[in-house]
Design a protein around this ligand. Structure first.
Ligand code: FAD
Length: 293
């Protein structure tokens, strides 16, 4: 099912992001975790592409497998940074053949070497170039794009970031998913600004449940997200105790989601980090809310 249909739904909904294995040997354990998450019947699932060292070639396999066996709508991520036209065109064809109807079109992170290299010969410099390529291919995908309530780390300022975001949406983005954030006011502020700039597509807030002390440093380093004092206190107090941090992290994420729902958001995307227990705990906390109008 295409996600533009799913996102028209007026009910409170949760979707989950998973990532492919980082090494071939981890395939079976990732598959088991992803299946357990699919069994929770989220509104859709997304599968990242090479993010955090995940193996890109499994993205499509996982998306196809879960779609066919669990009947959960799937969103396959695709990055274009430093790729050739041939590689991207083949990836688009492979998605069509696999029956994938939804693609998250991303640039991908610049490694230090890529950031230093001469980009003049690159076929794709930004996500917008990938979106145009997908549109030109004639594929009837629902296309998602990334957005950053706390601005993208490479952007000079938010005005510039939103100007490029508008260009991405105008090129054919049907919806946006946000980078993680830990303070909902940052999202509400951002939504106000992008709506004012004429960006009207659905925006899915991305929520990252932090369930271990180790995860915090990495998540903040990757995203540059602001850590509110309330959140810092939780990590300081419980970060060293796995079971306690798991409970506190799930509670914090649940609280964020309830506040988003209470303030007009209908659909939240959760960075599940392939943890079925975390995904199930959040859904259990929201059991009398999810599915209601
Ligand atoms: P872009 O939209 O190209 O933006 C990158 C920067 O360039 C921004 O500063 C923007 O303002 C600027 N810019 C945009 N267009 C132009 C233009 N025309 N001219 C000049 N500047 C421009 N990474 C992975 O590797 N795999 C994944 O699966 C993955 N999934 C993600 C999912 C979500 C929801 C998010 C938020 C991020 C994800 N990422 C993933 C990380 C993402 O690849 C990085 O954040 C990357 O640095 C930017 O990707 P983008 O698609 O937002 O890029």
């Amino acid at each position: 099912m295409k996600l533009d249909t799913v996102l028209k739904n007026d009910r409170y909904e949760i979707s989950f992001e998973v990532f492919p294995p980082k090494a071939d040997t981890a395939f079976e354990s990732v598959r088991a975790a992803v299946e357990d998450i699919a069994a929770l019947r989220p509104s859709f699932m997304s599968v990242t592409y090479g993010a955090g060292g995940g193996t890109s070639r499994y993205t499509l396999d996982i998306a196809k497998d879960i779609k066919e066996r669990f009947d959960v709508p799937m969103l396959a991520h695709l990055t274009c940074v430093s790729s050739t036209r041939e590689t991207i065109r083949r990836a688009i064809e492979d998605m069509k053949t696999a029956g994938i109807q939804n693609v998250m079109a991303l640039r991908g992170d610049l490694t230090p070497e890529l950031a230093e290299s001469d980009r003049s010969g690159w076929a794709y410099r930004h996500a917008v170039d990938l979106i145009r390529e997908i549109k030109e291919s004639g594929a009837d995908f629902c296309i998602g794009g990334a957005c950053y309530p706390e601005i993208h780390p490479e952007s000079e300022d938010q005005k510039e970031d939103i100007r490029y975001l508008k260009e991405k949406v105008d090129a054919g983005c049907d919806f946006l998913t946000t980078q993680m954030f830990f303070d909902n006011n940052l999202l509400f502020n951002f939504l106000y600004k992008i709506r004012e700039a004429g960006i009207t597509v659905p925006v899915l807030p991305g929520i990252m449940p932090i369930t271990s002390g180790r995860q915090v440093e990495r998540a903040i380093k990757l995203s540059g997200s602001f850590m509110p004092q309330r959140f810092k206190s939780i990590v300081d107090r419980f970060g060293h105790d796995e079971a306690a941090m798991m409970q506190a992290g799930v509670a914090y994420a649940t609280d964020q989601i309830i506040d988003l729902f209470a303030n007009g958001i209908r659909h939240v995307h959760i960075y599940s980090m392939n943890k079925p227990k975390v995904a199930a705990s959040i859904l259990a906390n929201l059991s009398d809310i999810i599915g209601k109008c």
